[in-house]
Design a protein around this ligand. Structure first.
Ligand SMILES: [Zn+2]
Ligand SMILES: [Zn+2]
Length: 336
């Protein structure tokens, strides 16, 4: 039976009828399968939540132990679970720690919801694995040819270079608190930077959680009123919204840096007052999106949040049957 017969788009989100569950619903529901911990995919207040153990841990850290009213049901990568007559399994998506693609098998057909994903290496999570299916559901956050993400090592090298050129200035990096922050830290370590890295208070818990889940982030310290003045020549990470607010003014002559896929757009960096834009994204770029359609090889592609039209056009040109799902509730996140 074709997935269009048993997958419905409802106001709450994508609904699997025979299994009676939603995938990444935008509102609280009885039973939800959650692909990863970002706020537009993982919300508090569902009855039962099925997700990887890491995603459940992230949801507990963000929303409290009781974010699910009834049950938190962990499902390890590749293991299969029966949800009614539907066989469900989760597969690495390469987006953030614990991120998963959801494979649903029912009535002789297979559909994969990729959630958010990327193909470039990330030391904080397992790499995306293409899963054989009849329908592949993909995001389209950076689905325009202008969006190409360079290798991250080069972007990290720019940050280290700036530290050498401006040894007195605090290097303040705006990065999304979940995923991007920890990836930037790990890449700095890989590049040989082993000094203490300083954190905005909003990032401390998630970094501790990553470390407790086996991602070695090295020496970290929270920025306080007591140490702020002494952070010249140091790397400080903060949420993008804190780059230019009152909090950042206590730091000594900060270089404003942002780590985001949107930094490909010069005007956007300039408008945000960013001195040193680093093009670092946890989403697939235009080439990775199209390469992934080839690698997965599903004859049919459904496209969710982002620049749907451009990807529908390109996928159709490349011989896929493609359509946009027009889901609501997944905002364009400035910080991704
Ligand atoms: Zn995400
Ligand atoms: Zn998303």
């Amino acid at each position: 039976m074709h997935p269009r017969e048993w997958i419905e788009i409802r106001p709450q989100g994508v609904y699997c009828h025979p299994g009676d569950f939603y995938i990444d619903p935008a509102q609280p529901v009885e039973r939800a399968v959650i692909t990863h911990g970002h706020a537009d995919h993982a919300r508090a207040g569902h009855g039962t939540v099925i997700a990887t153990p890491e995603t459940l841990a992230i949801m507990r850290a963000r929303y409290g132990e009781d974010h699910a009213r009834e049950l938190q049901q962990p499902l390890n990568y590749v293991e299969q679970m029966d949800v009614g007559p539907v066989k469900l399994s989760l597969h690495p998506a390469g987006h953030i720690l614990g991120s998963a693609q959801a494979l649903l098998e029912y009535g002789g057909s297979r559909i994969v919801f990729a959630g958010d994903y990327k193909r470039s290496p990330d030391p904080t999570c397992l790499p995306f694995t293409p899963v054989d299916c009849d329908v592949f559901v993909t995001e389209a956050t950076f689905a325009l040819p202008v969006f190409t993400h360079p290798p991250i090592a080069g972007e990290i090298a720019k940050l280290l270079q700036s530290l050498r050129v401006f040894p007195e200035r605090c290097h303040l990096v705006g990065a999304y608190s979940l995923g991007k922050c920890q990836r930037v830290i790990m890449e700095l370590r890989t590049a040989g930077y082993h000094e203490t890295i300083y954190l905005h208070g909003a990032m401390v818990r998630l970094c501790q959680l990553y470390a407790s889940l086996g991602v070695p982030l090295g020496s970290l310290e929270q920025v306080t009123d007591a140490n702020a003045k002494s952070l010249g020549g140091k790397v400080v990470l903060c949420p993008p919204s804190a780059l230019d607010d009152r909090w950042s003014r206590k730091l000594p002559d900060p270089v404003h840096i942002a780590a985001s896929g949107w930094m490909r757009i010069r005007a956007r960096a300039k408008q945000a007052g960013v001195e040193l834009p680093l093009i670092i994204s946890d989403h697939a770029d235009w080439n990775e999106l199209n390469q992934t359609l080839q690698d997965v090889g599903a004859p049919e592609v459904w496209i969710t949040h982002g620049r749907e039209d451009a990807l529908v056009y390109e996928a159709t040109k490349n011989g896929f049957k493609a359509q946009a799902l027009h889901l609501l509730g997944y905002e364009e996140d400035d910080s991704e």
